[in-house]
Design a protein around this ligand. Sequence first.
Ligand SMILES: *Cc1c(COP(=O)(O)O)cnc(C)c1O
Ligand SMILES: [Zn+2]
Length: 418
Amino acid sequence: MAFIGFRCGRCGATYDPGEVRYVCPRDGAEGTLDVLYDYDRLRAALDPERLRAHPARSIWRYAPLLPLRPKTLAREEGAGPLQTVGWTPLYRAERTARRLGLRAVYVKDDGRNPTASFKDRASAVVALKAIEEGASVVTTASSGNAAAALAGMAAALGLVAVIFVPHTAPPAKIAQLLIYGARVYLVEGTYDEAFDLAIAAAEAFGWYCRNTAYNPFTREGKKTAAYELWEQLGGRAPDRVFVAVGDGNILSGIWKGFRDLAALGWIDRLPVLMGVQAEGAAALAHAWARGDPDARPEPAQTIADSIAVGRPRDARFALQAVRETGGAFLTVQDEEILQAMQTLAREVGVFAEPSAAAAFAGLEKAAREGMVGEEEEVVVMATGNGLKDVSSAIRATGEAPRIPAAIPEALKHLRAEW
Ligand SMILES: *Cc1c(COP(=O)(O)O)cnc(C)c1O
Ligand SMILES: [Zn+2]
């Protein structure tokens, strides 16, 4: 295993693998940890051509770059949907590129994961880590998708999942939790409150906690998306990547994946990372605008429930990712998100939930404002499937008309329109 320790994103202290479990003891929850690897050893052991020929069409093709022991990794085999996490399709969006006047636009459809969101990448790695740590119960707070992913992966591995979600989570996400057999608690509060509750419950009952960024391995699962982009584009990084941002952990994960590839010497420049937030839940965009290294808590209110985060838990790394790659944070209105849901579905054929469509809305805005160069190759991360929140889709489109079943009458209706 090339995993050699952790570094705190706040104070820079380093720790050995067994020395800490979640966050920096000095800084508490503010001190999320970066997972460190022995890149010299990896560089000597790995051949990019061989990696690209790996038969597994999942995140497990990158096993040597994950912080799991070979014996733990072996549990993936035969564990049902756990085996098929990742390796999601990358679609070329020709019409979007033409309309926006860009060389190439790609959409990576992570709604195609086993539980229909990007969160499967993190939950699969963390569920295996729980087994490595000897836990039989895993817990998480979530706005919905991280929980659905953990519940699904726990079911595949025979672990018990205890879930804390806001009672306002979309019904489809709650249904996923219940059907996978998780113990579900609908918290009468926000995601930010559920987050602290899950940590307290994990401490009180000895459960393994997956909370985003608080558990340092969520970012490690998420980084696999960057490796896939590199492979799917024929062994290079795109110029720019748009990511919807709540906690900032997907953004920091994608940054981590590209930093790994650069450390291995497989790419020579990182893509510019663009963080997209909803206007009503924009703590990171505001911190970015102020030039702060960390976010301040703010109220969060948006139709995009997966990014309705008031206290982003991976703030430091997310801000650093954007700053160091020369990117930016943007905000989009709920109306723009609903419009982007339709455009993405109609122009590319990808049905995304509002939070995922926010990234596409961010591309529209950035292109409109001249922030994207014509010659660039741009990727939009579609992080969650639209079936997770059909009421928002119908809010975007309006209801379909009803017509009588009798053919003559129905045809009369149709003739009025066609
Ligand atoms: C979780 C999530 C995000 C945001 O990820 P963060 O790590 O919280 O920034 C974006 N889109 C979807 C669909 C998500 O589930
Ligand atoms: Zn620290």
